[in-house]
Write a protein that binds this ligand. Sequence first.
Ligand SMILES: [Zn+2]
Length: 198
Amino acid sequence: MGDFFERIVDVQVTGDEAGPLAERMVDWMVSEGLITRETSGDGVYSLTVDQGHVPGPDWVRAVADASDSDRRPGPVAVVVGRDHHVGGQGADDAEYAICPRCRTKTVIIEYPEEFEADEEVWRPFRDGIAAWKETGEGSAPCSACGASVPVTEWQWEPNFAVGALAFDFWGWPPLSAGFCAQFSRRLGHRIVGHMGKS
Ligand SMILES: [Zn+2]
């Protein structure tokens, strides 16, 4: 155990707001008894941080099924900074993206024939994401309608997200839908959930 994670990505917060928002969310989760201020690197394999918050006495309140509650989950790592996040164990690139303007789906990895991104198709997205990481702004053009769409507005496949704030729950049982909804309300932003293995 320990190498499974469940992740919540805030896909709307800006890079500047992410740090203060992360602190408020930690304060809230501590006050709810879900995590503590104590940190540990045990079983944490997050992108840019190697420490997370140790679960609090009431961590079971965040999960869907607490029947396995004698098994204490791992730390919750808080990842602040503009980045792209991938779930599962698949490729580092998105399989597809849907244009929020015209709803056209741009396929980037042609499963099952291909397992890697079509370089030609992926390049403008990758460049847009790189620019966004660097400056906070980056777009990729839609090949169907021609709109230049910010990378934070493209609707990515479920295992891919770009965001400036992510919470990695290491070794936790599945989080409840109620908790995720409450979490999103607290953030004040739309979230994307990932499950995967490091
Ligand atoms: Zn479009």
